[in-house]
Design a protein. Structure first.
Length: 396
């Protein structure tokens, strides 16, 4: 794979500038540092690996995701005039985003100092970062960045949970009815069953002068299914996470045995807050590194298995993972976590909000690793999509 410019910093800065200038990506100094850190872990000779890594980091909305591949191919195959423009304007275009990024930071984090000096320092920091990368590109990639900005840290955007609508409640109830888990070990009274209940039949016959008119039976009823939902709140999910949050609130309203977790680079249990929303409240949460940052799916699933797997997983548990599969974590960790989830639960269902996008193929690293282990790969973008999922779902 060949690159337009001689050095990695020039290519990265020019590409980020083109995304911001031509495709209206909301990126600035933090995203540039994030991309540089991501490329440390990427095979730069592989076009696909570089594209997948940068797409995960720089795409924040559905529109960004759709246009990213076009922008990436245009940058690598553009004419010389276009490349010269990107090279000249790349740093300046990204540096312009520092004011916007600083503004978002001030809105989400308490600020101790502020003013033009900080904005100029952010702009100078971009040029300093490029010089640092250029001077050290021959050395170990682990020493390229020791930045004060954590490339996987969340932006601090609040998570808002709204009460479910009637359409979502009906669709969630349809999902619950389609799931049949393992039978109970105990015998329980039933209208029909394999065992005749002589004692209850005899006692009922007292109402009809000793005539056993209505026979009674005993059976092993199906246990109530437990649902565990793991919602990806990384930047790449963007607005796609909103219907997934409505899904989990509706499911919690119709089935009290529902556990909900949010994850980005950290895992956070939000079951109580989801139940408050299911009861009719509007709940606002600050989850920090569990929402709005990068994505390490494997590590978060491993943490879930370690902390909650023994208590929540079993033959009556159905696990829903809602994620676009864009992951910058270790693939072996993800693979082992998926194998354990499948072994310790009834089924694992993966909800990818990008599946409804025309031309989309689930070829991202995380999606490719997880796909062989899921019972169903689907997409839910509204209540009608959840009802369609219920129609195709059959778990026994």
């Amino acid at each position: 794979m060949t690159y337009p410019f001689a050095s990695l910093p020039e290519n990265l800065a020019a590409f980020c500038g083109a995304l911001r200038r031509d495709y209206h990506f909301r990126i600035g100094p933090p995203e540039l540092m994030d991309a540089a850190r991501g490329l440390e872990l990427t095979d730069l000779s592989s076009r696909r690996a570089v594209r997948d890594a940068l797409r995960t980091i720089l795409s924040k909305t559905h529109d960004d995701f759709v246009s990213f591949d076009i922008a990436f191919d245009r940058f690598l195959r553009g004419d010389e005039a276009t490349r010269r423009t990107d090279r000249r304007d790349g740093l300046e275009s990204v540096a312009e985003g520092s004011g916007e990024s600083e503004k978002r930071s001030r809105e989400t984090r308490p600020s101790t100092v502020g003013g033009p000096d900080e904005e100029m320092a952010a702009i100078e920091g971009i040029h300093g970062l490029v010089r640092e990368l250029d001077e050290n590109r021959e050395s170990s990639s682990a020493t390229l960045l020791r930045a004060s900005y954590s490339p996987l840290e969340g932006e601090g955007a609040p998570l808002v949970l709204e009460p479910p609508t009637r359409a979502w409640l009906d669709a969630a109830a349809a999902v619950v009815r389609r799931v049949h888990t393992a039978a109970s070990r105990r015998w329980h009274p039933a209208l029909r069953g394999p065992r005749f209940d002589f004692r209850r039949t005899l006692r009922t016959s007292l109402r009809t002068a000793g005539e056993p008119v209505v026979p009674r039976w005993r059976a092993h009823p199906r246990r109530r299914a437990r649902f565990v939902l793991l919602i990806d709140g990384s930047r790449s999910m963007g607005a796609s996470s909103e219907p997934l949050l409505q899904l989990t609130v509706a499911l919690s309203a119709v089935n009290t045995s529902t556990e909900t977790f949010a994850f980005s680079t950290d895992l956070r249990r939000i079951t109580r807050d989801v139940r408050r929303a299911a009861a009719g409240q509007t709940v606002s949460l600050e989850l920090r590194r569990a929402w709005g940052g990068g994505t390490t799916i494997g590590r978060c699933l491993k943490e879930f298995l370690h902390q909650f797997g023994e208590r929540l997983l079993g033959p009556d548990t159905v696990v829903f993972i809602a994620s676009d599969g864009l992951d910058v974590g270790d693939t072996d960790t993800l693979r082992r976590a998926m194998e354990q989830l499948v072994r310790r639960s009834t089924a694992v269902i993966w909800i990818n909000p990008l599946l409804h996008t025309p031309g989309y193929q689930p070829t991202a690293t995380g999606m490719s690793v997880a796909r062989p282990h899921v019972a169903l790969l689907t997409s839910v973008v509204d209540a009608a999509g959840l009802r369609a999922l219920a129609g195709s779902l059959r778990i026994t």
